[in-house]
Design a protein around this ligand. Structure first.
Ligand code: GDP
Ligand code: IMO
Ligand code: MG
Length: 422
C-alpha cells in the first residue's frame, strides 16, 4: 500500500478512528502527526469500544507499528494512562509503539492557562487539555521537548526558566498561586523514566521504513476547519490538521506521501464555539444528535449538528489535495423526509461560493441550499453500494459531483463491518 494521509474534512469527529482501523491491516506503520489528547478516535469492534486520544488507532491491530510524531503534543500522564487502558483490554504495545524525542510536553501550567483563558467571556470552547498553551510555547521557543525531559540538566534548566515566567503570570495576572519547581520536577522525571523505552528519533525510523518500502498511514486528528491556518480562525485548534501537517509533524517529506483521503460525515458537526453556517434549529439538532450519538469522545460535550456544507468540504478538498472521499454516518439521515446540501453563502447581498476568510461573513451568512428527497429506509444493514436506496445513492452522487472528487467508501454504522466501497 502507498503512504496515505487520512484526515477529517470538516470540524473533527468525522469517523477517523473507524476509517484508520479499516485501512490499518494494509499498512505497516500508523502515525499521529499533530494535536494531542484533545482528539478522541473511536474504534468499535463487535461489543468492544475503544477511544484513543494520543496513540494511533492502528494499535488495535497487533502486528502494526504505531508512531507518535514530532508534531504531536504529549501529556505524559495521558500517554501512560492510555497504555494502561489498552493493556487492560488485552492490547500490548511494547516493542511497537514509538514516541518522538522532538514532541513537546504538556505541563499542568499549560492546562491551567487553557482553563483560565476559557473562563473568560470570549472563549473558544477548547478541550482544556493544555493544547493551545503548549503549542504557544513551542512557537515561542520556550517549550520542553521529550528529549529535554529525559536529560536531567536540560530539564531542570528549562523547567526553572518556564516556571520563573509562568508563575509571574499566575500570581500577577490571575491572582493565583504558581507551581512548585520541586513537585513538578519530581512528577515529570518519574513520567520520563516510564516513557523512556518508547522514545526514539521517529524521523529516522519513518524514513528508514520508507527506504525499506514499508507503507505508512498518517492519522489526522481534529479536522481541516479546525486547522490553525485553514480553519475558522480563531475558533480552531493550535496545530495543522491539514495534509501539510503530516509532513511537518513526522519529518517525512511531501514527495514521500502518495495519497490524501478526506473523511466527511454525511452531515456536519462541530464541538465548541465558532461559526457554523448550516447548524440545525432545535428540533433537527435534537433528532440528529440522538440518532448519531453526537457527544464528544473526549469531553462528553453535546456536538452541534447541521446540514452537509459543500463550501466547507470543497475547501478541504483544495487545501489538503484530497484524492478520495470517505462518507460516514449516512445511516444517521435515514429517517429524514428531505435533506439539504449547502452550496453557497449569502452575506450583505453578496454570494460566496468559496470559503470566506472573514469571520464576520461566516458568522452572519445565510446558507443557500439544494434540497434532495430522503430515502426513509434503514441503511445500517446495507453491505454494498448497489443495495443502497435510490435516494441515498442520489445524495452521494450529488455530493461527489459538487466536490468533483471520488467517494470511495461509505459507512453506515460504527462497526467495522458497516462499511462498503462505492
Ligand atoms: P473521530 O474523532 O473522527 O475518530 O470520530 P469520533 O470517534 O470522535 O466520532 C465518531 C463517532 O461516530 C464514533 O462514536 C463512531 O463509533 C461513530 N461512527 C463512525 N462511523 C459511523 C457511521 O457510519 N454511522 C454511525 N451511526 N456511527 C458512526
Ligand atoms: P478529533 O481528532 C472535534 C475543538 C474543540 C475546540 C477547538 C480548540 O476527535 O476529531 P483545543 O482543545 O484543541 O485547543 O480546542 O477544537 N477540538 C475538536 N473538535 N474533534 C476533535 O478531535 C477536536 N479536538 C479539538 O472543541 O472547539
Ligand atoms: Mg473525535
Amino acid at each position: 500500500m502507498p503512504n496515505i494521509v487520512i484526515l477529517g474534512a470538516q470540524w473533527g469527529d468525522e469517523g477517523k478512528g473507524k476509517v484508520i482501523d479499516i485501512f490499518a491491516p494494509k499498512a505497516d506503520y500508523i502515525v499521529r502527526y499533530q494535536g494531542g489528547n484533545n482528539a478522541g478516535h473511536t474504534v468499535v469492534i463487535g461489543e468492544d469500544e475503544f477511544i484513543l486520544h494520543l496513540i494511533p488507532s492502528g494499535i488495535l491491530h497487533k502486528a502494526k507499528v504505531c508512531v507518535i510524531g514530532n508534531g504531536v503534543v504529549i501529556d505524559p500522564k495521558a500517554f501512560l494512562d492510555e497504555i494502561d487502558m489498552l493493556k487492560r483490554k488485552g492490547i500490548e504495545v511494547a516493542g511497537r509503539l514509538y514516541l518522538s524525542d522532538e514532541a513537546h510536553v504538556i505541563f499542568p501550567y499549560h492546562k491551567k492557562l487553557d482553563e483560565l483563558k476559557e473562563a473568560k467571556k470570549k472563549k473558544i470552547g477548547t478541550t482544556k487539555k493544555g493544547i493551545g498553551p503548549c503549542y504557544a510555547d513551542k512557537v515561542a521557543r520556550s517549550g520542553i521537548r521529550i528529549a529535554d525531559l529525559l536529560d536531567e540538566a536540560v530539564f531542570k534548566d528549562k523547567l526553572r526558566g518556564n516556571l520563573d515566567e509562568k508563575n509571574v503570570v499566575f500570581n500577577r495576572i490571575y491572582n493565583i498561586e504558581g507551581y512548585s519547581f520541586d513537585a513538578l520536577y519530581e512528577e515529570y522525571s518519574s513520567y520520563g523514566k516510564k516513557i523512556r523505552k518508547f522514545v526514539c528519533n521517529t524521523v529516522l525510523l519513518l524514513n528508514d521504513a520508507i527506504k525499506k518500502k514499508k507503507s505508512i498511514l498518517f492519522e489526522g486528528a481534529q479536522g481541516t476547519l479546525l486547522d490553525v491556518d485553514h480553519g475558522t480562525y480563531p475558533f480552531v485548534t493550535s496545530s495543522n490538521a491539514t495534509a501539510g501537517g503530516a509532513s511537518i509533524g513526522t519529518g517525512v517529506g511531501p514527495t514521500r506521501i502518495d495519497k490524501v483521503i478526506g473523511i466527511a460525515k454525511a452531515y456536519t458537526t462541530r464541538v465548541g464555539e465558532g461559526p457554523f453556517p448550516t447548524e440545525f434549529g432545535e428540533d433537527l439538532m435534537g433528532r440528529i444528535r440522538k440518532k448519531g450519538r453526537e457527544f464528544g469522545a473526549t469531553t462528553g460535550r453535546p456536538r452541534r449538528c447541521g446540514w452537509f456544507d459543500n463550501i466547507v468540504v470543497k475547501h478541504s478538498v483544495m487545501v489538503n489535495g484530497i484524492d478520495e472521499i470517505v462518507v460516514t454516518k449516512l445511516d444517521v439521515l435515514d429517517d429524514l423526509d428531505s435533506i439539504k446540501i449547502c452550496t453557497a453563502y449569502k452575506f450583505e447581498g453578496r454570494v460566496y461560493r468559496d470559503f470566506p476568510s472573514n469571520i464576520r461573513v461566516l458568522e452572519g451568512c445565510v446558507p443557500i441550499y439544494e434540497e434532495l428527497p430522503g430515502w426513509k429506509e434503514d441503511t445500517t444493514r446495507v453491505t454494498s453500494y448497489k443495495r443502497l436506496p435510490k435516494n441515498a445513492k442520489n445524495y452521494l452522487k450529488r455530493i461527489q459531483e459538487l466536490l468533483k472528487t471520488k467517494i470511495v467508501l461509505i459507512s453506515v454504522g460504527s462497526d467495522r463491518r458497516q462499511t462498503f466501497a462505492k
